[in-house]
Ligand binder design. Structure first.
Ligand code: ADP
Length: 203
């Protein structure tokens, strides 16, 4: 199974991705976590991108694309992925599609976690993750989301493999909503075995 999670900062992408990974036995790949790890480890990528991440700006596309290729291919060989945080722009979607298609690792379903702005700000202010979670940076990241990622949602809007769920509900409810939509979509698109009860162990 190959899934994308798209949502604003604070929409719960990380939480939902972790649950989907566990439920379906697929790898959770978070572009933000991988980038922050590079910064912490002081790798050459980390040094190059630190100021972007700290300011809440998007890291250059080539860095993210190169960073993700190996983990995505490895995940597909091991059963699938849920990708959290990528693609974040129309350009990233357009750049990655031919590569993913050629490698046979393109996405089967994209999930949009829909959460209103007030709730996003409330969650982000209580999260306190570090240097990219100050009030100013949070405001900036929300603006980057509006400018760059909302157009991506519009770009994907008519695709039958994309759907939105209400991300303001409690995490368990959001998870069940996502699974229900995936089961329906899988039946329709011919990958029902991938979300079968055997595979989708409850809890
Ligand atoms: P959130 O879900 O709170 O927005 P993420 O962990 O997804 O946070 O991302 C944190 C930071 O990592 C972003 O602000 C950005 O600097 C960088 N980043 C993550 N994914 C991408 C991406 N696909 N393209 C460019 N930069 C990214």
């Amino acid at each position: 199974m190959r899934l994308l999670l798209i949502g604003a900062p604070g929409s719960g992408k990380g939480t939902q991705a972790a649950r989907l990974a566990e439920r379906f036995g697929i790898a959770h790949i978070s572009s933000g976590d991988l980038l922050r790890q590079h910064v912490r480890d002081g790798t050459s990528i980390g040094q190059r991108i630190r100021s972007y991440v700290d300011k809440g700006d998007l890291v250059p596309d080539s860095v993210v694309l190169d960073m993700l290729r190996k983990p995505v291919v490895a995940a597909v060989e091991a059963g699938g992925y849920v990708l959290d945080g990528f693609p974040r722009t129309v350009e990233q979607a357009q750049a990655s599609f031919p590569v993913a298609h050629a490698l046979g690792v393109e996405v089967q379903a994209a999930i949009h976690l829909d959460v209103g702005r007030d709730e996003l700000v409330r969650r982000l202010l209580t999260r306190g993750r570090g240097s990219d979670d100050t009030t100013e940076v949070i405001e900036h990241r929300l603006q980057v989301y509006l400018d760059k990622t909302v157009p991506l949602l519009e770009y994907y809007a008519n695709r039958e493999w994309m759907f939105s769920v209400d991300g303001a509900k409690p995490p368990d409810d959001v998870h069940e909503d996502i699974v229900a939509r995936l089961v329906k979509m899988a039946a329709f698109a011919g990958w029902a075995h991938e979300v079968s009860p055997d595979r989708a162990a409850p809890g």
